[in-house]
Ligand binder design. Structure first.
Ligand code: GTP
Ligand code: MN
Ligand code: MN
Ligand code: MN
Ligand code: MN
Ligand code: MN
Length: 204
């Protein structure tokens, strides 16, 4: 199965959740995109994490068990959300699964979830994330990035372009792009346009 995003050799390979669980001897990690499109005057925001190593990504981490199950992936995601950004309102569920990938050697399986927050929950997190256990050792902080809804100011494309030019951890950039497509978080025009910059190679 090919990714909706143009495949480059650096990209991870999409894999179903079931298939990923049947592979033996891989390490699993799971991360979650928190986003809000409510109460924000039509602007879609995603919550981005500045990692200790200067890369940006989303909260999450390793699933530290031997025989990984869906429940353990979800439990690890929720544990990491609490450890890294002090998020413990409503945990992620299997319905919020977006995609899973493996690297070329199947050393790592990367799972990704996306959870919608209310505008108030997003604002709340911006002021409570520094109470997290792993702040600032793993997470230097979180901040919101607008990714859509700026059409009226004719700048949404520039925002997305600039955001996609950041240096992302692992395959976080690919996970982010797949989430945008799967959940249609930006307008069809912006999605088209994102596909076109991905395939024109203006993305590294
Ligand atoms: P613990 O030590 O168990 O707390 O795990 P961790 O939080 O240190 O793991 P980390 O979040 O760094 O995730 C492991 C790897 O997954 C990273 O090194 C990245 O290469 C990769 N990864 C894939 N997607 C993401 C993402 O959205 N965010 C982050 N932070 N890493 C990602
Ligand atoms: Mn982490
Ligand atoms: Mn962690
Ligand atoms: Mn660990
Ligand atoms: Mn941890
Ligand atoms: Mn760590």
């Amino acid at each position: 199965m090919s990714s909706p995003v143009t495949a480059s050799s650096r990209q991870y390979i999409p894999i179903s959740l079931d298939e990923s669980l049947s592979l033996k001897g891989c390490k699993h990690a799971a991360h979650c995109l928190l986003y809000s499109s409510a109460n924000c005057s039509g602007v879609v925001y995603v919550l981005v994490q500045m990692r200790f190593d200067g890369l940006i990504g989303f909260a999450g981490g390793e699933v530290d068990v031997d025989d990984v199950t869906v429940d353990e992936i979800i439990a690890a995601t929720n544990r990491e959300l609490e450890e890294e950004i002090n998020y413990h309102l409503n945990g992620v569920t299997q319905e919020e699964w977006i995609c899973s990938h493996r690297d070329h050697s199947s050393t790592w399986i990367q799972h990704f979830f996306a959870k919608e927050l209310t505008g108030d929950e997003l604002t709340q997190l911006e002021s409570t994330h520094m109470n997290a256990q792993h702040f600032p050792s793993e997470s230097l902080g979180v901040f919101r990035v607008p990714i859509g809804g700026f059409d009226q100011r004719n700048s949404s494309k520039r925002f997305l372009t600039n955001f996609l030019r950041q240096r992302f951890a692992g395959n976080a950039r690919q996970q982010f792009i797949e989430t945008i497509h799967k959940l249609s978080l930006v307008s069809p025009e912006d999605q088209e346009w994102m596909l076109s910059i991905e395939s024109s190679g203006d993305s590294a």
